[in-house]
Design a protein around this ligand. Structure first.
Ligand code: FA5
Length: 374
C-alpha cells in the first residue's frame, strides 16, 4: 500500500504576494487532504497529523508570512488560511474515526466466540465430585429405608447449639469456631424459641437439622440430613471453611448402640465395598451419650497401614452416639419411650478418601483438568 502523501510537504511560497499566498494555501490544503485520504492505519494518520499541524506544517509557515502583507490584504488571506486549516482538521478527525471503527471491527472479528457452541461429547460438564458423592450417599441410605431432610444454612443459636445440649457457657462450644451473622434490623430468623437475631450463625454442623426434624415429626424417625456447613477453619489439605456433612438420625422404640454399630457397618460395606469395614471408638459429643468416633478401614491400603492412615489401618470418618435424653426432651419427645442414635461425617473428606485425593483444596479451585477426572 502507498504511504501517506506527505513526503514533500507544500512549502511556503517565496513570493509573498496575496495571490501567491492563496495559491500556496490551496496547494497545502489539497496535498494535506490527499495525505489524509491515503493514510491506511492509525500510525500513518498520526504521522500525517504532525506534518499537517506540527511546527513545520506548510500552512503554519504561510501564516508566518501574513505579517508582511499590508493590513487590507491580510484579512482575505487569513480567512482562506483558517478555512483550509478547518478543512484539514475535519478531514483528519473523520479519518481518525473511520480508522478506529475499522480497527474495532477487525478486533471483534478476530476475537469472536460462539458462546452457543458446545464442546464435543467427553468434555461436557458433569456434576461436581461433592455433589456426586452426596447423591451416592443419599442413594445408599434411601436404599436402607432412610428419608432425606434439609434445613437452613443460617441457624439460630438455639438449633445450632442449645437444643443440642450445648448451653451458652458449655465448654464444648469451643469445638466449633463459629461465624455469626450480623442481621441489622432483620429479626425474622431470630423470632420465638429460636433466640435473638444477633445469635444467628452459619451452621457449624448438620446436627441442627435433627432438631428441626424431631420438632415436627413424631417418631419413628429414620432420616439423613446432607448439607453445607461453615466453620472458622483455615483451608488446608484436610480442612475447608465451607464444607459438607451428612447427618443420620434414628428415633424409635428399643433402639440400642448395637443398631448404631450395625447401621454404620452396613452403610460402610454398601458404599465402599466388602473389603472396608467400620469400628467405633469412645468419644464425646454433648448431644449424644454415649458418644463414639466412627472409623473405617483405610481405603488406600485396605487396612495394612500406609502414610494416609498413619500406619494404623483406619481412617476417622465422623462422630456418632445415642441421642442424649436432653435433646429428645428439647424436641418434646418422651425419652422413656423412645431412644435413638445419630451420626455425622464430612462428605468432602469422604470423597477425598474414596478417590485417593491428596488435598481437599483441589476440589474447590475449579481446575477443569482436575474435576474432569471424576
Ligand atoms: C460434628 O460436627 C458432629 N455434629 C457430628 C455428630 C453428629 C456427632 C451426630 C454425633 C452425632 P465433627 O466436628 O467431628 O462432628 O465433624 C464431623 C466431620 O466433619 C469430621 O469427622 C470431618 O470429616 C468433617 N470436618 C470437620 N471439620 C472440617 C473441615 N474444616 N473441612 C472439612 N471437613 C471437616
Amino acid at each position: 500500500m502507498n504511504g501517506p502523501a506527505t513526503d514533500t510537504p507544500a512549502s511556503a511560497p517565496a513570493d509573498v504576494s496575496p495571490e501567491a499566498l492563496l495559491a500556496g494555501i490551496r496547494a497545502a490544503r489539497d496535498q494535506g487532504l490527499a495525505a489524509v485520504a491515503v493514510a491506511a492505519t492509525g500510525d500513518e494518520l498520526a504521522q500525517v497529523e504532525s506534518t499537517l499541524f506540527g511546527r513545520k506544517a506548510a500552512l503554519g509557515q504561510i501564516k508566518q508570512g501574513l505579517g508582511s502583507l499590508p493590513p487590507e490584504q491580510r484579512a482575505a488571506v487569513g480567512r482562506a488560511l483558517n478555512e483550509a486549516q478547518q478543512d484539514l482538521r475535519a478531514a483528519h478527525a473523520e479519518a481518525a474515526d473511520e480508522l478506529a471503527a475499522s480497527a474495532r471491527r477487525e478486533q471483534l472479528q478476530r476475537e469472536w466466540l460462539d458462546l452457543t457452541e458446545t464442546p464435543p461429547g467427553p468434555e461436557r460438564g458433569h456434576l461436581h465430585l461433592v455433589t456426586q458423592t452426596t447423591e451416592r450417599l443419599e442413594d445408599v441410605f434411601v436404599g436402607m429405608g432412610f428419608t432425606v431432610s434439609e434445613g437452613p444454612q443460617a441457624e439460630t443459636d438455639w438449633y445450632n447449639f442449645e437444643a443440642l445440649n450445648l448451653p451458652a457457657a458449655h465448654p464444648a462450644r469451643s469445638m466449633w469456631d463459629t461465624l455469626y451473622l450480623d442481621l441489622g434490623e432483620r429479626t425474622e430468623l431470630g423470632d420465638g424459641e429460636g433466640g435473638e437475631a444477633s445469635n444467628v450463625v452459619l451452621r457449624t454442623h448438620t446436627s441442627p437439622v435433627q432438631i428441626r426434624v424431631m420438632e415436627v415429626q413424631p417418631p419413628p424417625i429414620y432420616t439423613i440430613c446432607p448439607g453445607r456447613v461453615f466453620r472458622r477453619d483455615t483451608a488446608d489439605a484436610s480442612h475447608m471453611p465451607v464444607f459438607h456433612q451428612i447427618e443420620g438420625l434414628v428415633v424409635d422404640r428399643g433402639i440400642s448402640f448395637a443398631d448404631l454399630a450395625g447401621t454404620l457397618e452396613e452403610f460402610t460395606s454398601a458404599y465402599f465395598g466388602k473389603a472396608i469395614s467400620s469400628r467405633l471408638r469412645p468419644s464425646y459429643f454433648p448431644f449424644t451419650e454415649p458418644s463414639a468416633e466412627f472409623d473405617i478401614t483405610c481405603v488406600i491400603c485396605e487396612g495394612s497401614g500406609c502414610q494416609t492412615c498413619q500406619r494404623t489401618g483406619w481412617i476417622e470418618l465422623g462422630g456418632c452416639g445415642m441421642v442424649h435424653p436432653n435433646v429428645l426432651a428439647n424436641c418434646g419427645i418422651d425419652f422413656e419411650e423412645w431412644t435413638g442414635f445419630a451420626f455425622g461425617f464430612g462428605i468432602d473428606r469422604l470423597a477425598l478418601m474414596r478417590h485417593g485425593i491428596d488435598d481437599l483444596r483441589d476440589m474447590y479451585t475449579n481446575d477443569i483438568r482436575f474435576l474432569s477426572q471424576f
